[in-house]
Design a protein around this ligand. Structure first.
Ligand code: 9YT
Length: 143
């Protein structure tokens, strides 16, 4: 059994910053349970393009308000406390926040902990030992 607390992760290497969000990563690939679990804060009044080409992600909003655009269809969905979205088709999406939002995110395959978005909004597929699983992509891309 593993117990981890949010306040013990803040400011450590499990607290990963990006330009519009920071993600506190409770469960990672090296726990070897097949998924990762993150508590992500997204700054209010921001717009973030994301595309998890290699991952499936479920996102559960527990605080705040914004909209999610499905880039392929142009559909806009309201996201607020109590709303979940699942990117089961590796959907390209844009999250626009009205207020700061807090999201609980589950990734399969699990993130290793070091990923931030690259210029395409993509997370590279990293392995636990630090190598990029696909050599055509950088192991750690800029955001
Ligand atoms: C909601 C969302 O996907 N935000 C980007 C960060 C990502 N969820 C992460 O790394 O936890």
């Amino acid at each position: 059994m593993i117990i981890r607390r949010l306040d013990e992760m803040v400011g450590t290497e499990r607290d990963v910053p990006a330009p519009t969000w920071n993600s506190r990563r409770f469960i990672l690939a090296d726990d070897r349970v097949g998924f990762s679990l993150h508590d992500t804060i997204i700054q209010g009044g921001t717009e973030t393009y994301m595309w998890y080409k290699h991952h499936i992600e479920a996102v559960y909003c527990i605080r705040g308000r914004g909209t999610l655009e499905d880039v392929e269809t142009g559909a806009i969905h309201d996201i607020q406390e109590g709303t979940m979205y699942l990117l089961e088709k590796h959907d390209k999406h844009i999250l626009r926040t009205e207020t700061e939002m807090q999201m609980v995110c589950v990734f399969n395959p699990p993130c290793t902990g070091r990923e931030v978005h690259d210029d395409e909004g993509v997370y590279p597929l990293l392995t636990v030992d630090g190598a990029a699983a696909e050599t055509s992509e950088p192991a750690v891309a800029g955001s």
